[in-house]
Design a protein around this ligand. Structure first.
Ligand code: FAD
Ligand code: FES
Ligand code: FES
Length: 437
């Protein structure tokens, strides 16, 4: 049996332009592709194989609608968009991975993927959220507390698609969110969300048990802390190569005490992020063996005959754009970052067919990137030929669309991995760059 690491098994690819078409196609052996930030790693590692990939990114399921009763977030809204449009979820969304993953990954995809360390579950559990799902048979609502069954398994049926997430509005809510992550764009080791409404509290822990927990009760001052910790200690805590169970528990307890005391004092955790739009439109394409893909790269029209499983990274490199590097090949290092229609995205976690018809820029195609390059040179932040390309690309996007040279926001955004040096000079270079929004 032949096996090529990093390249998915062959599949049929269909980009749909209506939800009905997607629902019609959803059957055994097929899967929907949203941001691809969890599905593509699984397909590349061949942990999962599909017959048909139904790309739903062109559907009109983006954005946020709000009235006096609730906030409705459409399922294809990206993490960066959620962070900038839904204040309550700003910290949960903006602490996911890094700027590039947040430009493509979606809230619906994250809930459907159901990772035990997903950033959204603890927040949405304490906020009494529910999801709307649709199938050919009709629409139904599922409480987030009934959605996650076990790691990577949800109560969504195979013929259903999440269309939106609904958060009821509460009058006097103190909501805090704490997360502990290792370096780079790693998943959290522990998460805690606390919601206090009047004398009622809800606390949820993520990343430390196989299923995000939810504890609730009446606030009895600081003795509630003791009570919640006692309940937490009865749970089976995850132990893995990143942290054994006692370390995880200690981290979670520390996060919880901070989060709970802040919520008691009436402080709410919110990040102030300017409006980030991530509109996504690409050419309608479908095919099985090979397909013709056209895109504009650094102002040149590039056309190539590729298999649907061809990564954008390979499409670019085989057409001569060797400045785009293959590093980790699993979405972590950022060496392969390019700008797609104005957004930094990892080309090792993007199929060429997904972005047919788009405008792609590599570091050689950005006429206005000079102030960043100059600042990197002046601050000794230029590093090797692998990581530098990615660092420049994500910095360019971050400065253009967020602009704030704020330590906390930069910490959650510039997370490309360089194993040789630190981030000190890179952050200094970003802060002193004259490029702004
Ligand atoms: C390096 C890296 C670090 C990461 N770190 C974090 C982190 O710290 N915290 C965190 O929470 N996440 C993290 N993620 C995961 C990221 O948040 C993904 O974006 C998310 O889990 C999946 O969303 P997606 O839109 O990319 O979905 P996809 O990858 O496209 O799909 C994931 C699954 O959901 C299904 N699906 C997608 N959309 C729908 C829908 N609307 N209805 C029904 N099923 C659907 C797909 O069929 C697939 O099974 C990380 C990812 C990477 C690559
Ligand atoms: S993130 Fe794409 S090669 Fe490392
Ligand atoms: S990976 Fe480039 S200097 Fe470390």
């Amino acid at each position: 049996m032949s096996f090529v690491l990093g390249i998915p098994k062959k599949f049929k690819y269909i980009k749909v332009n209506s939800l009905d078409e997607a629902l019609e196609l959803l059957k055994d052996g097929s899967k929907v592709l949203a941001g691809g930030q969890s599905l593509l790693p699984l397909l590349k590692l061949r942990i999962l194989n599909v017959d048909t990939l139904i790309d739903i990114k062109n559907l009109d399921l983006r954005g946020v609608k709000e009235n006096e009763k609730e906030i409705e977030i459409y399922s294809l809204t990206t993490h960066n968009e959620v962070a900038s449009k839904v204040k309550l979820l700003s910290k949960a969304a903006f602490t996911i991975a890094d700027f590039q993953v947040r430009n493509k990954g979606t809230i619906g995809g994250s809930l459907a993927h159901a990772d035990p360390s997903s950033n959204y579950y603890p927040a949405l559990l304490t906020l009494d959220a529910k999801v709307k799902v649709k199938s050919k048979k009709g629409e139904r609502e599922i409480k987030v507390s009934d959605l996650y069954l076990s790691p990577y398994t949800t109560s969504i049926r195979e013929d259903e698609i999440i269309t939106s997430i609904i958060i009821p509005k509460k009058k006097e809510l103190n909501f805090t969110y704490e997360v502990y992550k290792r370096g780079g764009s790693a998943y959290p080791t522990a998460i805690v969300a606390v919601a206090i409404e009047g004398n009622k509290y809800k606390v949820s822990f993520g990343g430390i048990t196989e299923k995000p927990t939810l504890f609730e009760g009446e606030v009895e001052g600081e003795s509630t802390i003791k009570n919640v910790i006692e309940r937490l200690r009865k749970e089976k805590i995850i132990s893995d190569i990143h942290a054994d169970s006692s370390t995880r528990l200690k981290i979670a307890e520390r996060l919880f005490v901070n989060a709970f005391l802040k919520a008691l004092k009436g402080v709410s955790d919110k990040l102030d992020i300017p409006n980030i739009e991530n509109k996504w439109k690409s050419d309608m394409i479908r095919g099985e063996e090979t397909v013709t893909v056209r895109m504009k790269v650094n102002d040149f029209e590039v056309e190539d005959e590729v298999e649907p499983r061809t990564l954008l990274l390979d499409f670019l490199r085989r057409n001569g754009y060797k400045e785009v590097k293959r590093g980790c090949d699993e979405g972590k290092c950022g060496a392969c970052t390019v700008i797609i229609n104005g957004k930094s995205v990892k080309s090792c976690l993007t199929l060429a067919v997904e972005v047919a018809g788009s405008d792609i820029r590599t570091v050689k195609g950005l006429s206005d990137i000079k102030p960043i390059k100059d600042s990197f040179l002046e601050n000794f932040a230029m590093q090797c030929g692998y990581c530098t390309h990615g660092f420049l690309m994500v910095t360019y996007d971050y400065l253009k669309r967020v602009g704030k040279k704020d330590d906390e926001l930069l910490k959650y955004s510039i997370k490309n991995i360089c194993r040789c040096t630190g981030y000190f000079n890179i952050i200094k270079a970003i802060k002193s760059s004259s490029l702004s929004q």
